[in-house]
Design a protein around this ligand. Structure first.
Ligand code: OAD
Length: 278
């Protein structure tokens, strides 16, 4: 699974001082039963009941039809609520404990499974938001509020309608305007205050060994993170059963590697290597 050449490079980086970071995407949670975005049955492929995915995940759509957007996100929350972390999530927590200050986890996932697995919030950077929370759609403040349990804890399908009572709970507690899910949408930009933009770009530069796990590489910031690590002579290892933007890009780099496999299998093997060579 891991070639001798790659093992040597990993051992060399483990002995150094630079950070060892993980950049993860929806593939990490696939083994927990949560659909990815672009795979067969993916969220973005199937979309919501009535809208194309690129429409439903936008502020523009929220502004004209907040109900439909909330219904779709609440359907996803309902699916995530009962799911459990898998061997990949647990391996990340083990590595966090082994590496201490040298560890950083940059996640595109909003499904809450890192928390269920026991990830430490201090070294976890959620660059696409966190679906446990909502915030004011009018930005009266940057405060995040837990999505009320009366709404978040309901069982839902793609076609479940929001009730009037539920809608009244999805408001900003401070100003009374409509609240929105705390996620980055297609027509919005990364920033520091919600999505830790500057922190993760800095971490990428400080990283000597970056594992890219279960992501297709479709979004901008993950690409910039990989570029920052490569630019400072860090090595980047893609873990993915399928070829993707990163496996292609890394194939032409001397510091780039691809381990073709599932995260729930490969990450526990990386833990073993760390235990042996740190
Ligand atoms: P994608 O659905 O685009 O890609 C999922 C990746 O996971 C694919 O490359 C799969 O091959 C891989 N994969 C599937 N099963 C796997 C497994 N068991 N182990 C490892 N890899 C596996 O999802 P993301 O790359 O996460 O953004 O998508 C990035 C962003 O696009 C999402 O965060 C979301 C979406 O628009 C926002 O919502 C802002």
């Amino acid at each position: 699974m891991i070639s001798d050449a790659l093992l040597e490079r990993i051992k060399e980086k483990l002995k150094g001082q630079r950070k060892i970071s993980f950049l993860v995407g929806a593939g990490l949670s696939a083994e927990s039963g949560i659909p990815t975005f672009r795979g067969k049955d993916g969220f973005w492929v199937s979309g919501s009941k009535n809208y194309q995915p690129e429409e439903i995940g936008t502020k523009a759509m929220f502004d004209v039809n907040a109900h439909a957007v909330w219904e779709w996100f609440l359907f996803r929350i309902s699916m995530m609520r009962d799911s459990q972390p898998n061997a990949g999530h647990r391996a990340l927590v083990e590595m966090q404990d082994l590496l201490g200050d040298r560890y950083a986890l940059i996640s595109q996932n909003v499904d809450g499974l890192h928390f269920k697995a026991g990830s430490d919030e201090n070294c976890l950077f959620l660059i696409h938001g966190d679906l446990r929370y909502m915030r004011c759609s009018e930005e009266c403040s940057k405060q995040l509020y837990p999505i009320p349990a009366e709404v978040a804890d309901q069982e839902r399908t793609r076609s479940t309608k929001l009730t009037f009572e539920e809608l009244q709970l999805l408001v900003c507690p401070k100003c009374g305007e409509m609240a929105r899910p705390h996620v980055l949408w297609f027509d919005e930009y990364y920033n520091q205050s919600y999505y830790r933009l500057h922190d993760v770009l800095r971490i990428a530069k400080e990283t000597g060994l970056l594992f890219v796990v279960g992501t297709s590489g479709a979004t901008n910031l993950p690409r910039a993170i990989v570029n920052n690590t490569l630019a400072r002579q860090g090595i980047v290892v893609d873990i993915n059963p399928n070829s993707n933007y990163f496996s292609e890009k890394l194939s032409s780099k001397k510091n780039g590697f691809w381990i073709q496999g599932k995260s729930g299998v490969v990450l526990p093997r990386v833990v073993e290597i760390m235990k042996e060579h740190l």
